[in-house]
Design a protein around this ligand. Structure first.
Ligand SMILES: Nc1ncnc2c1ncn2[C@@H]1O[C@H](COP(=O)(O)OP(=O)(O)OP(=O)(O)O)[C@@H](O)[C@H]1O
Length: 335
């Protein structure tokens, strides 16, 4: 059992690859803990493995993706630990939605276009709340729609009759239908315009306060994550390279990659400054990468970076702030 009663999800040394002549190692030895009620943001450039991580911890990987190592432990409110990766069939189905649910970028893909919103809630309840009457299922669906700011009469609507923002709200309501302890959100608002995006994020914040679930929120938008996260992980080439409290990260980022990302979007206070992307491109994830994966793009590179892989180390700043960079101690090991 985990020593920390506050931890609801513990990911240990998780690795995922896409099979091929030279497999793509998309998630490489990732470990982190999610606390009860917390919003953990995961940021990183396109292709760094964020979605693969989301699918892996939701047990939704499909071939050619395969788990090559690690554990995903879920700890219920009453202290029972479940190894998510060991669940099969009925157990896995029962776990999904009720203990942990998912919201992905495209609401249209998550919703069935040919059935009404109400019917889709009904399907969840009929599968997981077998004792409920039709009337109770309908009432609960209406309550859930109200919870996310949608008129319960919309229960009779088909997905195409709703705006993009409303569809994403419906998906969020479905994800909350069975009161899960964890919701995994992968770019949940990226496809929406900025105003709708803001409304939905405010809604998620309000619901999280009201219902107390934890969130893993994945996006390439570091600026957004700095605003909404309690803690933040920065992912690069399949690894977590920095793990920090969101408050304070903007001023004290330890990893040169995080520093580069922070320079690539406008100041949160609206102060205009030169936007500089990070020169170069991420490495090919089919390669072995014996040294630091960021070395070729790093403006602070020095001798050990080429040959020694830096481990994610605690920086002694309290709160578990850690970074995988030789600038902060040369104890790295080759994985
Ligand atoms: N089905 C697949 N087959 C082979 N390789 C894949 C597959 N899906 C993703 N990959 C590769 O795995 C790596 C990680 O991709 P992933 O989609 O997880 O990254 P991401 O950070 O979520 O990117 P994005 O923000 O663009 O969605 C990339 O190199 C990608 O090319």
């Amino acid at each position: 059992m985990s020593a920390d009663a506050d931890v609801v999800l513990s990911v240990e040394h998780l690795s995922v690859e896409y099979a091929g002549e030279r497999p793509t190692r998309a998630v490489r030895d990732v470990s982190f803990q999610l606390r009860r009620g917390e919003l953990l943001g995961v940021a990183g450039e396109s292709g760094c493995g964020k979605s693969t991580l989301a699918y892996a911890i939701s047990r939704m990987l499909k071939p050619p993706a395969r788990l090559t190592g690690g554990r995903v432990l879920h700890r219920s409110r009453d202290g029972v630990e479940t190894d998510l990766l060991a669940l099969e069939g009925e157990q896995l189905r029962a776990f999904r939605w009720s203990r942990q649910s998912m919201v992905f970028q495209s609401a249209m893909n998550a919703l069935n276009p040919v059935t009404t919103v109400g019917r889709q809630f009904d399907d969840i309840f009929r599968a997981h709340r077998t004792g409920w009457t039709a009337e109770r299922r309908r009432r609960r669906a209406g309550e859930l729609l109200e919870l996310v700011g949608i008129d319960p009469a919309r229960i009779r609507s088909f997905p195409h009759e709703l705006s993009g923002g409303m569809r994403q709200r419906v998906v969020i309501a479905m994800a909350l239908a069975l009161e899960p302890e964890i919701v995994i959100m992968d770019e949940p608002t990226t496809a929406l315009d900025v105003v709708v995006q803001r409304e939905i994020l405010d809604e998620v914040e309000r619901l999280r306060e009201q219902l107390g679930f934890s969130v893993v929120f994945i996006t390439h938008d570091l600026g957004l994550l700095l605003e909404i996260s309690d803690r933040l992980a920065v992912m690069y080439a399949g690894e977590f390279v920095e793990y920090a409290p969101a408050e304070g990260l903007a001023g004290s980022a330890a990893h040169p990659y995080t520093q580069g990302l922070l320079r690539s979007f406008p100041d949160l206070a609206g102060v205009r400054r030169e936007l500089r992307g990070i020169p170069g491109t991420p490495p090919d994830l089919r390669e072995q990468l014996p040294g630091c994966p960021f070395a070729a793009r790093c403006d602070q590179v020095f001798d050990p970076c080429a040959g020694q892989h830096p481990a994610l180390l605690d920086l002694d700043r309290g709160t578990g702030w850690s970074a995988a960079c030789h600038l902060h101690g040369l104890q790295g090991a080759t994985p």
